[in-house]
Write a protein that binds this ligand. Structure first.
Ligand SMILES: *Cc1c(COP(=O)(O)O)cnc(C)c1O
Length: 361
């Protein structure tokens, strides 16, 4: 399975399994234990678990580095920000995931670091914010505005300024974008979303390039062990099981998203469609302001009104209902996470909900 010519769709199915030896299980076991018999490589289950390792093998392989599984995407982000020296500066998209901004604001209030927010649609603004910074943390596409960043250019600019580049690759997945290959130093995932893909667990991952050497990897690993930011083995197993179908899920979700984005452009209830041209996420501004957007979200019957994304089930939400969402995200913006249902059912449901605001200002 180390054959690099195998397509990721094949590797994602076959990696992270027990060795193919007579009598071995084909599926990875869920190892439920708090400790291990003494004198082995791992002595306690806060430090390592074979079920995490199997998930980490697959996520690391897809991203082209070495992965560490975390309790959640937020736990993974906290581990990445622990790489920033005390008093350092982090450059962040103004429309980064609201939880990321929340965590960095907390760290800033504690005096640990300083945050500089930038409009990532302007590369010059990113570059102007970098001198003196320790870390450029990007999302591409951003959550929820779906802005896209040239990661190779950003990596060069970060390195020129002596900063690391970390990329939250939750929206793209490693099948559509591999930030390490574009020069990033760290990749972070909310595995909760597309990687696990079934809206049934919370889990995160950090991926570091092999060349980063042991030192940075050990620091992130030590952070996980000392903070206890560890996933449950059952969640890790479920995430790995979901990951097996990533390619087919993404293929269907992307095809659905492309069809829906094109049709949304022509719907009288829609003011603006934000769609990068790939991926499973769309954002739309609808008529009728915040009330209109809330009404659309409350009216759909196939689409689930909920705050998450990346599952097989299509979900939608008005992001500004969350007080942490930046004020530059429009009040009437709905984030659509396109699932794998039949596209005509998705369209009929969504367009009927949008009809209810078509007569508004
Ligand atoms: C959801 C999300 C997170 C946080 O992940 P959790 O698994 O919910 O902790 C981080 N980044 C992005 C882009 C997300 O969408």
């Amino acid at each position: 399975m180390d054959d690099p010519v195998l397509h990721p769709a094949t590797r994602v199915v076959h990696l992270g399994r027990p060795a193919r030896e007579p009598g071995n299980p084909v599926g990875p076991p869920i190892v439920l234990t708090s400790t291990y018999a003494a004198d082995g490589p791992v002595d306690y289950a806060r430090v390592g678990n074979p079920t995490w390792t199997e998930l980490e093998q697959v996520v690391g392989d897809l991203e082209g580095g070495r992965a560490l599984a975390f309790a959640s995407g937020m736990a993974a982000l906290a581990a990445v920000f622990s790489l920033v020296p005390r008093g350092g500066t982090v450059v962040l998209p103004r429309h980064a995931y609201s939880g990321t901004g929340w965590l960095l604001d907390d760290l800033e209030a504690l005096g640990d670091l300083t945050v500089r927010r930038v409009d990532v649609t302007d590369p010059a603004e990113i570059e102007a914010a970098l001198p003196g910074a320790s870390l450029l943390h990007l999302e591409s596409p951003t959550n929820p505005m779906l802005e896209v960043v040239d990661l190779a250019r950003a990596a060069e600019a970060a390195h020129r300024a002596g900063a690391l580049l970390s990329v939250d690759n939750t929206f793209a997945t490693p099948l559509l974008q591999q930030p390490l290959a574009l020069g990033a130093d760290v990749v972070v995932h909310s595995v909760t979303k597309l990687l696990s893909g079934h809206s049934d667990l919370v889990l995160g991952a950090v991926v570091l390039p092999d060349e980063a050497g042991r030192e940075r990897f050990e620091r992130v690993h030590r952070h996980r062990s000392s903070r206890g930011a560890i996933p449950g083995p059952v969640e890790a197993w479920l995430a790995l099981r979901g990951l097996r179908t990533l390619e087919v899920r993404l293929e269907r979700a992307q095809a659905n998203a492309a069809t829906l984005a094109a049709r949304l452009e022509g719907h009288p209830g829609v003011l603006e469609v934000r769609y990068p041209g790939w991926g499973a996420m769309i954002a739309v501004r609808v008529r009728g302001g915040a009330d209109g957007a809330e009404r659309v979200a409350a009216t759909t019957r196939v689409w689930v009104h909920a705050t998450s994304l990346g599952g097989v089930d299509s979900q939608l939400e008005r992001r500004r209902r969350h007080p942490l969402e930046p004020a530059t995200v429009p009040e009437d913006l709905l984030r659509l996470s396109v699932g794998i249902e039949h596209v005509e059912d998705l369209w009929r449901d969504l367009s009927a909900a949008l009809d209810t605001v078509a007569g508004e200002a």
